[in-house]
Design a binder for this molecule. Structure first.
Ligand SMILES: [Cu+2]
Length: 117
């Protein structure tokens, strides 16, 4: 009697382990969650060109323009990225306001971050 119950318990544990392992392997195959407040630097422009966030939030610029070099420079100099061809640049905005920025090599590349209270 006792050994049978123990065996059943072990089988239940083994089945549970398989289910959990299946779930976790599925999780690792999912794409990473999209970054909030993301601006993609692509096609010689900022996309979206205007983004609205709340004070305390962070904007992430993703440089992905096929090898073309860009940067992100605030018109009021409150933030500035290096010149970049790939990777990301982030800036956290603590003060509400409207921040316009541009690209040094391409002065016609313009973007705006609107920070709400
Ligand atoms: Cu540029």
């Amino acid at each position: 009697m006792e050994p049978v119950n123990t065996r059943r318990a072990l089988i239940a544990v083994a089945l549970t382990a398989v289910v959990v392992a299946g779930c976790s392997s599925q999780t690792t195959q999912e794409k990473p969650a999209p970054v909030p407040n993301q601006v993609t630097v692509i096609d010689r422009s900022y996309s979206p060109s205007s983004i609205t966030i709340s004070a305390g939030e962070t904007v992430t610029w993703v440089f992905d323009d096929g090898g073309m070099t860009h940067d992100v420079v605030a018109d009021d100099k409150s933030f500035r990225s290096p010149l970049m061809v790939s990777d990301t640049f982030t800036h956290t905005f603590t003060e509400p306001g409207t921040y316009s920025y541009h690209c040094t090599p391409h002065p016609d590349m313009l973007g705006t971050v609107v920070v709400q209270p």
